[in-house]
Design a protein around this ligand. Sequence first.
Ligand SMILES: Nc1ncnc2c1ncn2[C@@H]1O[C@H](COP(=O)(O)OP(=O)(O)O)[C@@H](O)[C@H]1O
Ligand SMILES: [Mg+2]
Length: 261
Amino acid sequence: MSDKEILLSTDKICKVFTKNDGTKFTGCKDVSLQLYRGETLGLVGESGCGKSTFVRTIMGLHPATSGHIYFKGEEITTLAGEKRRQMAKHIQMIFQDPATAFNPKMRIRDIICEPLRNFAKVSDKEAEARAVDLLQQVELAPEIALRYPHELSGGQRQRVGIARALILEPEIIICDEATSALDVSVQDSIAKLLARIQKERGVSYIFICHDLALVSLISHRVAVMQNGSIVEELAGDKIMSAKHPYTRKLLDSVFTVQGNK
Ligand SMILES: Nc1ncnc2c1ncn2[C@@H]1O[C@H](COP(=O)(O)OP(=O)(O)O)[C@@H](O)[C@H]1O
Ligand SMILES: [Mg+2]
């Protein structure tokens, strides 16, 4: 990957939360990572270790306490207002539970087109055409455009989430536990879809997931986070043979669960 363009890089990102009682809590600490064009960077670690905090900081959903974030070499750490809004064209995020992420009163057509409408006037007819095109790309039937979120399965909703993330043609999509609420077979088909989209569009992913086998399958590289810091970075296909004690512990906890079945 070293000959490829670095799309996103972070330099010692720290996020410290100050609670209502004034006590401080470090969500992530000194996180320095690079994301190359067209690659999938897996991010793994125990629940509560700071994965979402880190990606939410990248998205500008909360300010970094210290450190720097660069998109194509330009610092975006403190972007605000219109400049921050424009970043949505480059970096999109897909969340765990599209059932709660979507407005239940909006048709799928309008959910998919909402990010576009934030930038341009789009008629219902145009919106429908764009939505149908994107539905096809995520392997859903065109009729779905006129349905409401509750009329879809979890897997279908997550495909709609992907279609919505694609409409602005971003270079980076951050998937924060995007497959975690789904059945294993559905997870697998979503992972395949993400891989196909990457092949066709060259989009990069940061893929957060607690299923290490899935992460290993989909990621070119994997970063392992413990207590807010990156403790190991390794090739995706090397995760199962990782040597770091914390990564081994993550792997062992998976095997224990499977062994108990
Ligand atoms: N807005 C917030 N205010 C205070 N603490 C937070 C906030 N968001 C997350 N945290 C804390 O930061 C830690 C890391 O959380 P999170 O990034 O959500 O972990 P992960 O995504 O790895 O499960 C947790 O202990 C969580 O309680
Ligand atoms: Mg999280």
